[in-house]
Design a protein around this ligand. Structure first.
Ligand SMILES: C[S@@+](CC[C@H](N)C(=O)[O-])C[C@H]1O[C@@H](n2cnc3c(N)ncnc32)[C@H](O)[C@@H]1O
Length: 500
């Protein structure tokens, strides 16, 4: 089982993931903790205006979702919640008020309740957070896990170094990972770390045996001493020194909150064996998924943005060095035009950003760059670079229209293309293009690709139906290597490399 779910993890956990089916769940929910602790507490009892001004995080708001989550927990809807969980959330409301921190804790409580349900009795759970709210989160996990026979195992401190600036407090250089299990019978592999060069040999405790291996005698009361070999390593502690991903790291995906693979490797190796099921319900750019895949675990990833799903697919393709993922199921992405229309009309995405991202990344096989800016170039939703020679690229701009496209749209797109000095432009439309649009696009002429030896329409119109039903995709070479000069255009080898 290797599944990526695109959507809200609460719905997916509830509707798609059966009870007692997961060996390990790791989550790293978004958390903007730049605000100070003092500001959190200041939210209590202050006026609405002041509380808003000091909003705890940008992501978490006391909004309709928070209200309905709060009511759901405190009225025990669906008999999902333990008495301790209900009382905790009621108590936190008294202390924190109906503000952003409580919204965050309600969001997590709803999801952790489902995570507990989907874990196997031998399963483990790791929650990655930072010290700003780790103490509140520990209360939530105690209420959900310990009240149902689970147990707190560790507070792992992930310690790292990074550039620091002057501050009138100590530098914050660690994250917190709370480790819980569903029961007392759980998978735990005894991980070891190197003693390092200096220890052991140098301090004279260790001797060499006849084969040259370093060991020391361990005494035991009333029993024979036994040998401990230096090569066995030290039992892993709960403070982990692991570097953050640096600017030139190979694993870097350019995703702001990406966690290092070394961190996930420890968690996955400690709490699972080959073939076990690993779940990440906030999978971001897919660090957990990539490591689980490499370590031959089964995995389930969930993320609410198509950008993440696109990045993960790309990451897996690169890691496995293949062109197609034949064993990975992607659930939740539109499989027919109606589903694409529903995505474009999502209530919680009035700007249709998710639809745009899905359309651009699907059409470009996840190679397009999304235009997050709005402004002078607002007619351009994405851009993709294609190879035209050794070390040379040109650009194609992309616009996505979920409705209302007409002849003028095509004309304006061509003006944008010329202004941006892009050789090509693609218009992705929800509706079939009118005859006027097709004529206007044809009038803009063709571009002769220097490597491919063929012409491309300067403006291409692609419909969502063609993308879904006919697999219409961008057919331009992304890298010079892929073109393999010397081969005739249109050869099978080339087509395969064009991302189809
Ligand atoms: C901090 S990032 C995770 C980073 C990840 N650990 C990595 O190494 O790439 C949090 C992710 O949670 C996702 N997310 C936020 N709310 C979600 C929800 N309700 N359901 C699913 N995913 C969600 C965000 O889109 C974001 O990608």
């Amino acid at each position: 089982m290797k599944i990526l779910y695109y959507g809200d993890n609460l719905e997916i956990l509830r509707n798609k993931i059966p009870d007692n089916s997961v060996d390990l769940c790791y989550i790293d929910p978004p958390f903007n903790s730049k605000r100070s602790y003092f500001q959190i507490y200041n939210n209590i009892g202050v006026s609405e205006d002041k509380a808003q001004a000091q909003a705890f995080v940008d992501t978490w708001k006391w909004d309709d979702a928070a209200v309905s989550g709060f009511v759901e927990i405190t009225t025990n809807a669906g008999a999902r919640y333990t008495r301790q969980t209900i009382e905790l959330i009621k108590g936190l409301e008294l202390i924190l008020g109906k503000h952003d921190l409580l919204a965050y804790l309600v969001h997590i409580t709803l999801r952790v309740t489902e995570i507990f349900r989907v874990l196997k009795p031998t399963g483990s759970f790791y929650l990655h957070c930072d010290p700003t709210a780790s103490h509140y989160l520990k209360l939530v996990l105690d209420a959900v896990f310990v009240s149902q026979g689970g147990e707190f195992r560790n507070e792992v401190v992930w310690s790292y170094k990074r550039y620091t600036a002057f501050s009138n407090r100590f530098q914050r250089l660690h994250d917190v990972i709370l480790f819980f299990t569903k029961s007392d019978q759980y998978t735990f592999n005894d991980l070891r770390e190197d003693y390092g060069e200096k220890s052991g040999k140098a301090d004279g405790h260790y001797k060499q045996d006849e084969e040259g291996r370093w060991f020391r005698w361990q005494k035991r009361v009333g029993r024979e001493p036994y040998k401990i070999y230096l090569s066995e390593g030290r039992r892993m502690g709960d403070v982990w020194e692991i570097p953050i991903i640096n600017a030139s790291a190979k694993e870097r995906m350019g995703y702001q909150t990406q966690k290092p693979e070394a961190l996930l490797e420890r968690i996955i190796k400690a709490s699972t064996n080959e073939g076990d099921v690993v779940l990440d319900a906030y999978c971001g750019c897919g660090t957990t998924v990539a490591v689980a895949d490499r370590l031959n675990r089964q995995w389930i990833g969930i993320d609410i943005t198509y950008h993440s799903i696109g990045l993960i697919l790309k990451r897996l393709l690169t890691a496995r060095q293949v062109e197609k993922l034949t064993d990975v199921l992607v659930d939740g992405i539109p499989q027919d035009v109606e589903a694409a229309r529903a995505l474009a009309n999502r209530e919680d995405d009035k700007l249709r950003k998710e639809f745009e991202k899905w359309a651009i990344l699907t059409y470009t096989n996840n190679r397009g760059v999304i235009n997050e800016k709005k402004g002078a170039d607002k007619g351009i939703d994405g851009v993709v670079y294609f190879a035209t020679g050794p070390g040379k690229t040109e650009r194609m701009i992309i616009q996505v229209k979920s409705g209302g496209a007409n002849r003028q749209t095509v004309g304006t797109l061509n003006n944008d293309r010329q202004r941006e000095k892009a050789e090509l432009a693609t218009l992705i439309t929800m509706d079939e293009p009118t005859r006027g649009m097709v004529e206007e696009a044809k009038e803009k002429g063709v571009y002769e690709h220097p490597l491919m030896g063929r012409n491309y329409d300067r403006i291409r119109i692609v419909t969502v139906r063609e993308m879904i039903e006919e697999d219409a995709r961008m057919d331009l070479p992304l890298t010079f290597d892929a073109v393999k000069p010397g081969k005739k255009s249109g050869s099978g080898e080339q087509l395969k490399l064009l991302g189809k």
